[in-house]
Ligand binder design. Structure first.
Ligand code: HEC
Length: 217
């Protein structure tokens, strides 16, 4: 009985301490300061284990088709480059200010499977800047970007630029997204690559300049 009371007292003190800390304003939420080592470990470990587990049930299509990679690069430019960067290009201001930072996906693709890359792209990661693209995109729109990401480890700046040029006018957006694009930092070249696929879009109802008129910020 005595032990139980001591235990309950201890739990109450911890609870009051945690709630008190939350209300105190002492925790620094600024994105300028990194998490401490313990928090970083806890968040990363939880996140990695969760992605690994949840991605097990994902069934990848055949990703070897080169046209899939070309289709993926256009959406990658429109939706991912601002935070993650691209081979041979300077990281945007938004990408530089993120905490936790958006990893270099060329590096990620060396340790994440296609299933895991897909799962993160589709579902996002809570409490980080990584959005859930599955909210606005069907699976078939996301797999081309996964195909592209699997090629990133072997892609240097010139190879990336060559891919952008060859994808111009061929690939097109999936069409089921209408906002959420974050391409404020795109270079003229990238704009060129983006404009290129309006011509081949299959959605007649899609306004031709939708990419540029429906920014959500
Ligand atoms: C607004 C910024 C932002 C955008 C846009 C964004 N991401 Fe992310 N992404 C992040 C951040 C931040 C993380 C790191 C999350 C973490 O620390 O676990 C991340 C993580 C990831 C990861 C996991 C990498 C790893 O090594 O664990 C993948 C894969 C990924 N993003 C793919 C994409 C793709 C594909 C797109 C475009 C469709 C995209 N992201 C767009 C911010 C972004």
């Amino acid at each position: 009985m005595k032990l139980l009371i001591t235990l309950l007292g201890f739990v109450a003190v911890v609870f009051i301490g945690v709630v008190g800390f939350a209300y105190s304003g002492l925790y620094d939420v600024s994105a300028n300061t990194p998490h401490n080592g313990l928090t970083t470990w806890l968040l990363k470990t939880t996140s990695h284990a969760s992605v690994k587990r949840q991605a097990e049930s994902v069934e990848p299509p055949d990703l070897s088709d080169p046209s899939l990679v070309e289709a993926g690069v256009n959406d990658f430019v429109a939706m991912c480059v601002a935070c993650h960067g691209a081979p041979g290009e300077a990281l945007s201001a938004m990408g530089q200010g993120l905490n936790p930072p958006a990893p270099d996906l060329a590096e990620s693709a060396t340790h994440l499977s296609a299933k895991e890359l897909f799962w993160v792209t589709k579902n996002g990661i809570k409490m980080t800047g990584m959005p859930s693209w599955g909210v606005t995109h069907g699976d078939e729109a996301l797999w081309p970007m996964v195909a592209f990401m699997t090629k990133l480890p072997d892609m240097d700046g010139p190879a990336y630029q060559a891919l952008l040029i060859s994808a111009q006018g061929k690939g097109h957006h999936s069409g089921d997204e209408n906002e959420g694009h974050s391409h404020g930092e795109m270079s003229d070249d990238e704009h060129g690559a983006e404009e290129g696929h309006h011509g081949s879009t299959t959605e007649p109802s899609e306004p031709s300049e939708h990419d540029h008129s429906s920014h959500d910020h």
